[in-house]
Design a protein around this ligand. Structure first.
Ligand code: MN
Length: 513
């Protein structure tokens, strides 16, 4: 029987989180994992359990709480990593351990100081070791696309013999070309004698913009698992974009003949959710999920569409979960309508969390005529998702004055480690004054790399959403704040970023790698 099902392995929570600035807290990761389960991904790579207590906890929580997909943890080919992966995963009905070691001479010689034979032996030993815990073991020869093919095949054969059930071929540095990468997969299929005992997977990076093309070429050549991330986030230029590979397979099934288990209507909610929790905006012209992906501007195109949609539309926005619903949320909207809209944005809130968010929504709806999707996202960000980052710094009160003839000053009261501190300061503008005063209180040495403000909804009564990017040493963080007063939103964003910096430093201290 021909196997035409392509397994979707989502690494948004692992490789995706390695995008600079995309750190998610445990609550955010659990929320994303729930949406990935609704989306129907086959495998969720929930983290790298050994790398930090936060990652361990995320894997553990997702293993326990998220039903449906296989839950996977990454682990280097080391016993301590594999032990941590298993300890985090053991609550999962379907656990997978994903272990890896480099096979390229470049990595072995300069980074790991291992010979080929040593690397192969470690791979085999650690796959067997992981099999002692779970039946489902994935092995990745890191930098496979730059490894010598004969040696690569030898390693793959040996790890399958040791019990690997999936072998993943990474294009770690995004160097491969589609025809060559497809040929590599075909070569592995043709030359590894026991290859039929494992699923071939690929993991491509987008440094040359070819991650999706390389993955597709690999599928055509025989790969049956694609590792990908929502919105294509990941190290550097990112990973294969889940929404693109899935919609290619679906839209061009006529030519390709493959299927996935993805519930495509959940793609847009997943994209929105990941974008709002990571603070990484989706570019407007991004395929499938960008704001303009279904916007037709040309008169000729509009004319065609009005006569018959298929003239210019190869897939419908509804098929990826972009609703054309015009339901307006406002102060008369009830809990049910609010909950449905949350679901469309990727948030499956229940109980307490739903109550908290709904309470804030009602407060906002009293101030604004119409509450937009972005407002709702900002509410969930503030009320539900930030709980896991211990807020060392809290804004208690803020007062700024300024204007055409007055030099701007700010008065800020903050809570720092539980006690209140009051300061005043001046600046070039009201936001500068507020920021300088907050910096004085917190003693931060961070540098503001970027400040951007979005009137996230139209009208002068809009909620403003402020995003800042801060750097301190090796850490770069994003902070967000939303409020109808732009200066308050700015202060909240700055303080949020400062809390994230504290959090990153804490994770770094606890980090054992
Ligand atoms: Mn990667």
């Amino acid at each position: 029987m021909k196997d035409n099902k392509v397994r979707i392995f989502d690494t948004t929570l692992r490789d995706g989180e390695q995008s600079p600035g995309a750190t998610m807290n445990v609550e955010e990761k659990v929320m994303v994992a729930r949406q990935l389960a609704k989306l129907g991904v086959d495998i969720i790579e929930a983290g790298f359990a050994f790398s930090s207590p936060g990652d361990f906890e995320s894997v553990r929580r997702i293993a326990l709480e998220v039903e449906g997909p296989v839950v996977c943890s990454l682990a280097r080919a080391k016993a301590a990593d594999i032990n941590a992966a298993w300890n985090a995963l053991k609550g999962a009905p379907k656990p997978r351990i994903h272990t890896f070691i480099s096979t390229s001479d470049i990595h072995l010689k300069y980074q790991f100081k291992l010979t080929r034979q040593e690397a192969k032996r470690r791979a085999v030993e650690m796959v067997a070791y992981a099999r002692g815990y779970v039946k489902d073991v994935e092995f990745s020869p890191m930098d496979a696309s730059r490894s010598e093919v004969e040696y690569l095949c030898e390693v793959i054969e040996a790890v399958i013999a040791a019990g690997a059930t999936t072998v993943n071929i990474p294009d770690t540095v995004g160097y491969a070309l589609p025809h060559a990468f497809g040929a590599l997969i075909k070569g592995i299929k043709d030359n590894v004698p026991n290859i039929a005992k494992a699923v071939i997977s690929v993991h491509c990076h987008n440094d040359l913009g070819l991650a999706v093309a390389n993955s597709l070429s690999a599928v055509i050549a025989g790969a049956r698992q694609v590792e990908c991330a929502i919105n294509g986030i990941g190290e550097r230029a990112g990973n294969t974009s889940l929404e693109e590979i899935v919609m290619i397979l679906r839209t061009r099934k006529d030519a390709l003949g493959f299927d996935t288990h993805i519930v495509t209507e959940q793609i847009y909610p997943a994209s929105r959710l990941v974008s709002s929790v990571t603070g990484m905006m989706v570019q407007p012209n991004k395929a499938i999920v960008g704001d303009n992906a279904f916007a037709h501007e040309s008169g000729i195109h509009q004319d065609g569409l009005l006569k018959e949609k298929t003239t210019y539309e190869i897939m419908t926005p509804e098929s990826v979960g972009i609703s054309r619903s015009t339901l307006v949320l406002g102060k008369h909207s009830g809990r049910h309508a609010f909950k449905i809209r949350l679901g469309e944005l990727g948030y499956a809130l229940e109980g307490d969390n739903l109550d908290k968010a709904f309470g804030r929504f009602k407060l906002l709806a009293d101030k604004k005529k119409e509450v937009f999707d972005e407002d709702i996202e900002a509410i969930v960000q503030d009320e539900v998702l930030r709980v896991e980052i211990p807020d060392r710094f809290k804004l208690v009160r803020l007062y700024v004055s300024g204007g055409t003839d007055e030099s701007p000053t700010a008065q800020v009261v903050m809570e720092v480690d539980g006690s209140e501190i009051k300061e005043t300061g001046a600046g070039d503008g009201p936001i500068d004054a507020a920021y300088k005063t907050i910096a004085k209180i917190t003693g931060t040495k961070s540098k503001l790399l970027k400040y951007s403000v979005n009137a996230i909804t139209g009208g002068t009564d809009a909620q403003g959403e402020v995003t800042v990017r801060l750097q301190e040493g090796e850490h770069v963080v994003l902070g967000q704040g939303a409020h109808t007063d732009i200066i308050v939103a700015s202060a909240k964003a700055y303080i949020n970023a400062l809390n994230r910096l504290e959090y990153k430093r804490k994770i770094k201290r606890e980090n054992l790698v």
